[in-house]
Design a protein around this ligand. Structure first.
Ligand SMILES: [Mn+2]
Length: 347
């Protein structure tokens, strides 16, 4: 981020706590009370979010981290990527001094809280810490959440984990300052596609209003998240579009490690390709296969209609939401897509 952007994002402002409370959620009151009790008893809290974090995962975690820190807790935050790097497009999020690489993460935390992760598998190399945590609070909105942890704050009707994170912050007695609001807003706009997806309820806009009221420069955040990329992105996008295919309502393409290596483009820069591919009128489902640095294919999928891509991806070892889901494949492109297409025909 350029210094002037940092500067403008840094305008201090606070929203009075309780001035606008989030609306109710299906999380039982008893679960919220238990969470507050566990947190109040802890001196140290270990936070984690899913691997290859997006704005919702990292933003929700850092927002709650700020609040816990203001309560005097020692906070450690991480995500379980073997190659621990904050994705470039999330580099503007405040609070990154809370982050530690997995090697420095508590091996057996007394209290651990995970964000936006539907399963232990999505926590990557932090899985052992998760299993050894004495108390594990799971904050998540994935319908595919498998119920791991000792306490769930889970609401599949929430558009983003950030909405649950905001509730947790209010219930802890925290206020929204600009840093916290920046983190939560990144989560909200990431998971609603900038308020475009059907998950964009009145509650989403009401939360956005509370966040914007802290003085957020929403246009700067949008630019950081979506409107900039290195030149190599255009070349790699060009290669991906060159080989795009349309098969019976499915539009798909792939990006190899070799494509990226030619321009030194990191894997995390590929996030936006699916949003270009999925606009195809003739397709109801879109997929982009992205080869990661270890040679595995990370497959992003989107659905525009009744097809539940979460169910298809779950059958292939992944998960997600009805209209946006993913899975990992260790087979080749053709084999991977043959399996996906077979499940799609059955769907
Ligand atoms: Mn999410």
């Amino acid at each position: 981020m350029t210094p002037d952007v940092r500067d403008r994002l840094d305008r201090p402002s606070r929203v009075t706590p309780g001035a606008a409370q989030p609306t109710g959620s299906p999380v039982p009151e008893a679960a919220w009370s238990r969470a507050l009790q566990l947190i109040s008893q802890a001196d140290e809290v270990a936070l984690a979010c899913h691997v290859s974090p997006d704005g919702d995962a990292l933003g929700s975690m850092l927002a709650v981290g700020f609040t816990l820190r203001s309560m005097g807790k020692r906070v450690t935050a991480s995500f379980g990527d073997r190659d621990f790097t904050v994705p470039r497009l999330l580099g503007f999020l405040p609070g990154q001094d809370m982050l530690v690489p997995p090697a420095d993460y508590p091996a057996a935390p007394d209290l651990m809280i995970t964000f936006d992760s539907p399963s232990i598998g999505r926590l990557g190399v932090l899985a052992d810490s998760v299993r050894r945590a004495r108390e594990l609070i799971v904050v998540d909105h994935h319908p595919s959440n498998d119920g791991f942890g000792t306490l769930g704050l889970i609401d599949p009707s929430s558009a983003a984990t950030a909405m649950l994170a905001e509730q947790l912050i209010y219930r802890l007695g925290g206020a929204l300052d600009r840093d916290i609001a920046t983190c939560l807003y990144a989560g909200l706009v990431t998971d609603t596609g900038s308020f475009k997806y059907s998950s964009t309820t009145p509650a989403v806009h009401q939360m956005a209003a509370r966040l914007v009221a802290t003085g957020l420069r929403t246009e700067e955040i949008a630019r950081e998240l979506w409107d900039r990329s290195p030149f190599g992105y255009l070349k790699v996008l060009g290669a991906a579009l060159e080989r795009v295919r349309l098969d019976d309502g499915l539009v798909w393409t792939y990006v190899t490690r070799v494509d990226r290596a030619a321009y030194g483009l990191p894997y995390c820069e590929l996030e936006g390709i699916i949003d270009i591919v999925r606009r195809t009128d003739e397709a109801r489902v879109a997929a982009v296969l992205k080869e990661d640095d270890q040679g595995a294919w990370q497959v992003s999928t989107r659905s525009k209609g009744h097809v539940d891509v979460a169910a298809i991806c779950a059958a292939l070892g992944g998960g997600g939401h009805h209209s946006a889901a993913g899975f990992t494949s260790h087979e080749g492109v053709e084999e991977t897509m043959a399996k996906f297409q077979e499940l799609l025909r059955e769907a």
